[in-house]
Design a protein around this ligand. Structure first.
Ligand code: PLP
Length: 402
């Protein structure tokens, strides 16, 4: 079978050996130096001043929204716009934390929110305070125009970059267009720390708040300088009690040293796998663009496409069903596009009823699916995938052992 996620790690055997050696020789597995090391190298790789590591991408999303509330950049009942085609735990914290979620439709040709789809929502809801954009499957729309629109209207912009680590638009990495961005290092994504996530930002105040939110609202993971400052601010002068002073609303969303160790280890392979995926995507997309059954994706505005999966979006559900059967018959593992149109999910409908205007998100949800764009695909597997992208019926390329 051509799997969505072919392995646990890049260079799997060696990585497992290095992980075993690390665990055997370390005295600390709870958050510590390995986490700090990876935070520094990931911030440098992303080109951001700060990176705060979390236990998952979902934790990073939750913590970021809580941090913005703690800093009073957002307030209860504020309107928060979000990409309709996203992951459930991007929208859940908006609801859980008392904000009002407003879905924004996406473009059929990029799968992402554009300045036009956002503007039409702004026309209906001029009081939107924040846009939580998801950079879906390594793509984006006209992010430069979206950024300008947010700046003009004083709207906070944050990006979920869990699916687009490494993509470059106008020479700038996705994840570097708003106040902060979130990342996921779940095993199925670009690089794996098993579970894991991060928030990157250039804002030192937000960085400090994220560290408080991550760990119980206490100051233990702040820099010495920030500890002195917060203790002065709250007049905590007894060091015995300082460790047990809870300054702000928080959770326990901490990663472990295993997350940090694996992060630094796997980051080494990231540049080369991004390049490989980019090359494979260009070739798959050349086939998809020639296939009249499909809605064609535009990625010429991206200088580097870093997607761990290739989306196939058919014009209708009936056509999609035929393609799904062909991929299954060829033993290629596929799955729906992300969480689909989130406002159509039971948890959202239960709270807000039916949302009608999300035409494109629905088309993509019903007519779309994806297969893995992985390193390690053999020439025969790539050939089979090319034929499927062109709309041909093929037999499995993988010979089962007898
Ligand atoms: C866009 C997006 N955001 C957030 C998440 C959640 O990340 P995690 O699985 O690390 O919690 C996912 C998960 O697949 C995702 O695709």
């Amino acid at each position: 079978m051509i799997k969505l996620v072919p392995g646990l790690f890049h260079n799997e055997q060696q990585t497992k050996q290095e992980l075993c050696d690390f665990i055997l020789h370390t005295n600390q597995l709870s958050i510590g130096q390995q986490c700090s090391n990876f935070e520094q190298s990931f911030a440098a790789w992303q080109g951001r001043r700060h990176c705060v590591l979390f236990s998952s991408g979902s934790s990073a999303n939750l913590a970021l929204i809580q941090a913005l509330l703690n800093l009073q950049l957002l307030e209860r009942d504020h309107l928060v716009a979000f990409s309709a085609l996203t992951w459930a735990t991007n929208v859940m914290p908006i609801i859980q934390l008392g904000l009002e979620p407003i879905p924004v439709d996406v473009e059929l040709t990029t799968l992402n929110v554009s300045s036009q789809t956002f503007q039409s929502v702004l026309d209906q809801h001029p009081n939107i305070k924040m846009l939580f954009l998801t950079n879906l499957l390594g793509f984006c729309s006209d992010l430069e125009q979206i950024t300008s629109l947010c700046a003009e209207r004083n709207i906070l912009l944050i990006e979920d970059n869990c699916e687009s680590l490494g993509t470059e638009y106008l020479g700038r990495k996705l994840g570097n267009w708003g106040l902060a961005s979130t990342f996921s290092f779940f095993v199925g994504h670009h690089m794996s720390t098993i579970e894991g996530g991060a928030v990157c930002t250039d804002d030192p105040t937000l960085d400090r708040m994220l560290r408080l939110v991550r760990a119980h609202g206490w100051d233990r993971n702040l820099s010495d300088e920030d500890k002195v400052q917060i203790r002065q601010e709250f007049q905590v002068d007894d060091t015995f009690f300082a460790n047990f002073t809870f300054y702000t609303l928080g959770y326990n969303l901490r990663p472990t040293e295993i997350t940090g160790f694996l992060g630094s280890n796997q980051l080494r392979y990231l540049p080369q796998t991004i390049q490989l995926r980019h090359r494979q995507w260009q070739k798959f997309n050349a086939d998809l663009s020639r296939n009249p059954d499909l809605i064609h994706q535009t990625t010429s505005h991206l200088s580097l496409v870093s997607n761990f999966a290739v989306p196939i979006v058919c014009h209708t559900k009936t056509i999609a069903d035929q393609y799904i059967n062909r991929f299954k018959a060829a033993d290629v593992e596929i799955r729906p596009i992300l969480g689909g149109s989130i406002p159509e999910q039971p948890f959202y409908r239960q709270a807000y009823g039916e949302t009608k205007h999300l035409t494109n998100a629905r088309i993509i949800d019903q007519g779309g699916f994806y297969f893995g764009n992985n390193s390690g695909l053999t020439a025969m597997e790539i050939d089979l995938l090319h034929q499927l992208c062109l709309g041909q019926t093929v037999l499995s390329a993988v010979v089962m052992p007898v």
